[in-house]
Design a protein around this ligand. Structure first.
Ligand SMILES: Cc1cc2nc3c(=O)[nH]c(=O)nc-3n(C[C@H](O)[C@H](O)[C@H](O)COP(=O)(O)OP(=O)(O)OC[C@H]3O[C@@H](n4cnc5c(N)ncnc54)[C@H](O)[C@@H]3O)c2cc1C
Length: 451
């Protein structure tokens, strides 16, 4: 290992940034020299938490509160003496050679790959997240494309144009977890807007395969609250059903790409494995203009094929109690991309980043005993903490006038969940994103007390 440890972080989301800030705060405190490289496919970092809001209201997406350019972030780190952080944006990790501790990255230029380089590492952090089956929610990682804030805003406008168009008469949401119900909440808002502008509301159908909505909270109270709100606002909710394309060929129809409003036919079947179904049990939905598959995250790990990094059957990276990958103690993984069983949340990713950063510091100083897994977040935890009722966590539900807490509902008088998200949660998250000094100091204090 080189005397100046070389740390390479793949992914500039909240998990990657948390490791970065943990490492830099430690190294600054101890005047230790080091070399950190962060590789990110986009040229900015954004918080996924707000994307549904931007989809239905792109006007809210602007420079001050929605993203931070990595160039800007790099300069902030460069101001400090004794270390530098290199951010390589518009580049994707494409190959990993664990035997020689080398990672290959491809530089993107528009829709093509303009070059390739290989970087050596002493410690590697895989924090490259997940994507969803549905577009827009996250920047498209699969395409060869150099994503910028401008192209992201363009995507949000495209979505907005589709959802507000007269041709849109039916939207189907498949999955009644946190993502599906938040989306339904936002779409109810759009319908209210359409009503005010003399446009017909579109039909919203939500299909969920289990007995309770947002079943990870396992709360009938929460389920009833959400269910009643959705139904009261015109959403047709199907419980215990699975959705399928009636004609599988629609999935590969080239027309779908060019004309997203092509009508899609969906059928619903009871969620009973291997059951022989009668035709009466199969429900045919009215043709849909748009379908959102909100269940199931897909890890961005295809590029690790052949790298000897152990992944589970769905492609999530397997880690031990210290976030080390199997058989590679110097390669860590965290955030949405790991196979850890708890709900994937920004809050957990930040905590995991602190643990991973601390582990690397200890290993680079030959301290054998590294930190155990950070305490698991409650499966219902969310970004915002209700100050008045400590210990309760909140979740944005579009304009649902109340918030879901741990197994109960927290009513917030006179304020909409989305507004609270905007004013408090967003300021806090963006404040941290835009102000790495605070981010570093805050986590630095935590680290010093834990080393
Ligand atoms: C709509 C929505 C609402 C949410 N609401 C909440 C909430 O209220 N509270 C909460 O705590 N959490 C919430 N979450 C979850 C939270 O956003 C995620 O858990 C968190 O963003 C995960 O962070 P991450 O860094 O692991 O992944 P990401 O944020 O996805 O970051 C991964 C990064 O890796 C980059 N990347 C991918 N592949 C490569 C590659 N090959 N090379 C280089 N870079 C690559 C990507 O561009 C991306 O920037 C929400 C998520 C969504 C989608």
């Amino acid at each position: 290992m080189s005397t100046q440890p070389r740390v390479v972080i793949v992914g500039g989301g909240v998990a990657g940034l948390s490791v970065l800030s943990t490492l830099t705060s430690h190294f600054v405190a101890k005047s230790q020299t080091f070399n950190i490289t962060l590789i990110e496919k986009k040229n900015f970092t954004e918080s996924s938490i707000f994307t549904l809001r931007y989809m239905v209201n792109p006007q809210e997406y602007h420079h001050e509160n929605s993203h931070v350019l990595l160039d800007e972030l790099e300069k902030t780190f460069d101001k400090r003496n004794g270390y530098s952080v290199k951010m390589i944006s518009h580049s994707q990790a494409s190959k990993l050679d664990t035997e020689h501790s080398k990672i290959t990255i491809q530089q993107l230029d528009g829709n093509s790959i303009k070059g390739e380089e290989t970087i050596e590492y002493d410690y590697l952090i895989l924090a490259n997240g997940c994507r969803y089956k549905t577009d827009y929610i996250k920047a498209n990682i699969e395409k060869i494309e150099s994503v910028t804030p401008q192209s992201r805003l363009h995507e949000f406008h495209q979505f907005y144009d589709k959802i507000t168009s007269k041709e849109n008469d039916h939207v189907v949401i498949v999955g009644g977890g946190a993502l599906g119900i938040q989306l339904a909440g936002e779409l109810i808002d759009v319908n209210q807007w359409r009503g005010k502008h003399g446009l017909e509301p579109f039909k919203i159908t939500l299909v969920h395969s289990r007995k309770l909505l947002r079943d990870r909270s396992n709360s009938e109270t929460a389920h009833n609250y959400i269910y009643n709100h959705l139904v009261k606002n015109g959403v047709e909710v199907f419980m215990g059903k699975r959705a399928f394309y009636k004609d599988v060929s629609q999935l590969v129809s080239s027309g779908e790409e060019t004309n997203p409003l092509i009508k899609k036919e969906i059928v619903l079947k009871p969620n009973i494995p291997n059951a022989e179904l009668t035709s009466e049990q199969v429900i045919e939905l009215p043709k849909a203009s748009m379908i959102f598959w909100c269940g199931g995250m897909i890890p961005n790990t295809e590029w690790l094929e052949g790298s000897h990094i152990a992944r589970n059957s769905q492609g999530f990276i397997q880690v031990n109690d210290f976030y080390q990958t199997v058989n590679h103690p110097n390669i860590f993984s965290l955030g949405d991309v790991t196979d850890l069983p708890y709900e994937k949340l920004a809050g957990s990713a930040v905590r995991e980043g602190i643990t991973v950063g601390t582990n690397i510091v200890k290993m680079s100083n030959f301290i054998q005993q590294i930190k155990k897994v950070a305490p698991q977040f409650s499966s219902t935890a969310s970004m915002l903490k209700n100050k008045e009722k400590s210990g309760k966590f909140e979740l944005s539900l579009g304009s649902i006038n109340g918030l879901i807490g741990k197994k109960e509902i927290i009513e917030v008088k006179g304020q909409k969940a989305a507004d609270i998200m905007t004013e408090k949660g967003r300021n806090r998250a963006i404040g941290l994103l835009r102000n790495p000094e605070i981010f570093i100091r805050k986590f630095g204090e935590f680290i010093q007390s834990n080393l």
